[in-house]
Design a protein around this ligand. Structure first.
Ligand code: 13P
Length: 267
C-alpha cells in the first residue's frame, strides 16, 4: 500500500456481541490492539459493533483514548430525525462514532438497499462529519459470468454520485466480493488488487486524480491473519474490513501482520 494513505483495519462485528460480550471482548483485545496501532504511524483501527453495543464500547475507548482506534456503526438512515421506526440517524451515530459502514452486501441482499439509498446515506454521512465506508462487490454468479467490472461500475456510479468535490477524498470504499464473505474463500491479493485498481480508476473519472489518489480502498471477504499480508502488500489496497475474524483475538493478529507487511513494503 502506498504509505501516503493511512491504512485502515476495520472490524464489522455484524449481529454479534450485546452489551456484556462487547465489553468483555473489547477489554480482552484492547491492550494488544493499542500496542499494534501505536507501533506504526499510518494506521487506524475502527471497531464496528452492533448499534446497541456502541455506547458500551465507546465508554471503554473513552477511558484512555487511543488516537488510532475509533468506533463505527454498521448502518444508519439518511434522515436526521422523525417517524422512522427502528432506524438510527446520522446525528445519533455522530454522538458516538467517527465512521459508518454503508451499503454492506448483507444490507443490500437481505434488506433491499439500493445504490440510490446508499448514495443518500453517504451524502448524509458527509454532511454530518462521519466517515462513510461504502461497500461494493459482485456476487458469485456475476463473478463467474465475468461481470465484476460492470457491477462495480454501476455500484460506484450509483452509490457515490454527487459527492461534494472537496469531500470526495474522505470516502472509504470496501471492495467485498459477496462470494468471499463468510465463505472462507478469500479472493487472491492479485485478483482483489485488480478490482481495487479499477475502483480507483473509476473514482478518478468521477472526482479527479487527486481524490482518487487519496481514496482509501479496503478489501473484505474471509480476511484472516493468514492472508492479510497478501492484500496489504498490493499497492492499491489500503486495509481490510474484517467480518468473522473481527470478533476473535485474531483481529489483533491481523492488525499486527498488516503493520509487519507495511513496514517491510514501505521500509
Ligand atoms: P468475513 O470476514 O466474515 O468474510 O466478512 C466480511 C465482511 O462482510 C466484512 O464486512
Amino acid at each position: 500500500m502506498a504509505h501516503t494513505r493511512t491504512a485502515i483495519i476495520a472490524g464489522n462485528w455484524k449481529m454479534n456481541y450485546g452489551l456484556k460480550q462487547a465489553r468483555e471482548f473489547v477489554q480482552e483485545i484492547l491492550p494488544a490492539l493499542e500496542q499494534v496501532v501505536a507501533s506504526y504511524p499510518h494506521i487506524l483501527s475502527i471497531l464496528c459493533p452492533p448499534a446497541i453495543s456502541l455506547e458500551t464500547v465507546h465508554a471503554i475507548l473513552s477511558e484512555k483514548p487511543v488516537p488510532h482506534i475509533e468506533l463505527g456503526a454498521q448502518n444508519m438512515y439518511f434522515e436526521e430525525k422523525g417517524a422512522f421506526t427502528g432506524e438510527i440517524s446520522p446525528l445519533m451515530v455522530r454522538e458516538l462514532c467517527s465512521t459508518v459502514i454503508l451499503g454492506h452486501s448483507e444490507r443490500r441482499t437481505y434488506f433491499g438497499e439500493s445504490d440510490e439509498q446508499v448514495n443518500k446515506k453517504t451524502l448524509a454521512a458527509l454532511i454530518h462529519g462521519l466517515r462513510p465506508i461504502v461497500c461494493i462487490g459482485e456476487n458469485l454468479e456475476q463473478y463467474e459470468m465475468g461481470e465484476t467490472g460492470e457491477v462495480i461500475h454501476t455500484q460506484i456510479k450509483g452509490s457515490l454520485a454527487n459527492l461534494p468535490t472537496q469531500q470526495a477524498q474522505e470516502i472509504v470504499i470496501a471492495y467485498e466480493p459477496i462470494w468471499a464473505i463468510g465463505t472462507g474463500k478469500a479472493a487472491t491479493g492479485e485478483g482483489a488488487g485488480k478490482v481495487v485498481h479499477l475502483i480507483r480508476h473509476l473514482y478518478g473519472e468521477m472526482y479527479g486524480s487527486e481524490a482518487a489518489a487519496s481514496l482509501r480502498i479496503l478489501y473484505g471477504g474471509s480476511v484472516t491473519s493468514g492472508n492479510i499480508s497478501e492484500f496489504i502488500a498490493h499497492p492499491d489496497i489500503d486495509g481490510a474490513l474484517v467480518g468473522g475474524a473481527s470478533i476473535k483475538a485474531d483481529f489483533v493478529e491481523i492488525a499486527r501482520k498488516m503493520v509487519e507487511t507495511m513496514t517491510q513494503v514501505v521500509g
